[in-house]
Write a protein that binds this ligand. Structure first.
Ligand code: EPU
Length: 418
């Protein structure tokens, strides 16, 4: 099992390109099941979750061709079965995203229930209620969701009880091939939902309102193939910007628009960072200063993203002052706290709040990655800690950060895979 060794106390300086967004690539690869001629998807990030999705689609018989520019051609016409097995779904919950497209296009799907995961129980009831409202027959038995559609899905109005990103994407994909109009209310507004809608529209779907809480989908008979580039990864970009803020450095992330990171940029400015945004880059300059502590509360977009909570906690851990971080999206997304404490962080947990007293110094230690974003917070903490930090179970990090040690090293970090 790979480990990352970090020798701390170097400053991050330089430029990097944002990778394609994992959380847009996953629904868009699933959406490719809906088309009736091949699609070419570009700017695919080089990640473990992408490999898992390719294995999943490949196991169904879908033809996939990956070229050297990380473009994937997907041809669903060779599909032979409609099964997402437990072995794959348990390693990546986003496998659930094939459920809507399979039911809409092929009228049949068997998808394993994802079960719990490191950041909470994460039910999928909203996906299932929505698909039933569109006319799918759903039975949950022996750990599997068995779905069937007789005579095609039929558009309707669906009001989500809670805001769900993958739930919104699943229903938007399914409704694209339903008869008539579907209205999704209380829909997720995340940029990745918008990117998925843009992909579907480029293939002939009729979706409006993505990016607002009401999405209207006029069903069409077929979707065609084409070419589409995935949006840049705002969470990856934000992680490197936080790294610069923590180490007092200056980092420019290219290929990303500031509007997808507005809330994070505001909080980093409160922490004392000078931030400059142009057409498609964000530059953060900390001018050698120690950051100031900032209170954070996670919310659905456009609020502060839960996927940046752990990384911002790493910043608050070494910031001047005391801060409170409130996690409102997931019930158990504080697994990084104990590991950060091993490095010397002063954090107390009170329900869904973490109270953090900034310390002047962290000290390197062996720590363990527990989930994707928790791992990122440990890398950031390791960068500022005195001495050596060794992070075990790096496979969590490889799910969502491409060439992570290479990118950090290019910015001046002493980070090695072993
Ligand atoms: N929820 C339900 N019922 C449902 C669906 C969700 O109760 O049917 C609850 C969840 O348990 C959670 C909340 O609603 O408490 C929000 O979950 P959501 O469905 O929005 O999460 P998701 O779609 O499964 C995506 C991202 C996550 C990101 C969340 C929130 C992908 C592949 N994953 O998950 O990304 O944290 O939205 O923004 O898009 C990550 O990249 O590290 C990651 C975990």
């Amino acid at each position: 099992m790979d480990k990352l060794r970090i020798i701390g106390q170097s400053q991050l300086n330089g430029e990097l390109h944002a990778a394609g967004a994992k959380n847009a690539a996953l629904p868009i690869l699933a959406a490719a099941l809906l088309v009736d001629t091949p699609v070419i998807i570009g700017k695919i990030p080089h990640l473990r979750d992408i490999t898992t999705t390719m294995s999943l689609l490949g196991s169904m018989g879908v033809e996939l061709i990956l070229d050297d520019k990380m473009r994937i051609q997907v041809d669903p016409r060779t599909i032979k079965n409609f099964l997402a097995p437990y072995e794959l779904v348990k390693t990546m919950r986003a496998s659930m995203l094939v459920l809507g497209p399979l039911l809409a296009r092929f009228g049949e799907a068997t998808v394993s229930l994802p079960g719990g995961c490191a950041i909470g129980s994460r039910p999928v009831d909203q996906h299932l209620i929505g698909l039933q409202a569109l006319g799918a027959q759903i039975e949950v038995k022996a750990g599997y969701i068995h779905g069937k559609v007789k005579g095609g899905l039929i558009g309707t109005e669906i009001n989500f009880d809670i805001i769900t990103v993958n739930g919104t994407e699943n229903l938007m994909m399914a409704a694209s091939l339903a008869k008539g109009t579907t209205i999704l209310r209380n829909a997720a507004r995340e940029p990745e939902v918008v990117d998925t809608a843009n992909f579907l529209n480029a293939m002939g779907a009729k979706i409006s309102g993505a990016g607002t809480d009401t999405i209207i989908i006029e069903g069409v008979d077929t979707l065609h193939g084409g070419e589409y580039d995935i949006m840049p990864d705002r969470i990856e970009a934000g992680t490197y910007l936080i790294g610069a803020a923590m180490t007092g450095g200056k980092v420019k992330v290219k290929g990303i628009k500031s509007e997808v990171l507005e809330n994070v940029i505001e909080r980093l400015t409160e922490a004392g960072a000078m931030i400059n945004c142009d057409e498609d880059s964000i530059t953060l300059d900390m001018k050698g200063q120690r950051p100031m502590a900032v209170d954070i509360e996670t919310e659905p977009f456009p609020g502060f993203p839960t996927d940046m909570q752990a990384q911002f906690m790493a910043l608050n851990v070494i910031a001047e002052g005391t801060s409170v971080i409130t996690e409102t999206i997931f019930e158990n997304r504080f697994m990084h706290v104990q590991e950060l404490q091993r490095l010397g962080a002063d954090i107390k947990l009170d329900g869904n709040k973490a109270i953090i007293k900034g310390v002047k110094k962290l000290y390197g230690a062996p720590v363990m990655a527990t989930d994707l974003r928790a791992s990122a917070s440990l890398v950031l903490a390791g960068l500022v800690a005195e001495g050596e930090t060794v992070i075990d179970r790096v496979y969590h990090l490889d799910r969502g950060y491409e060439r992570v040690e290479e990118k950090f090293a290019k910015l001046g970090a002493k980070i090695y895979r072993q």
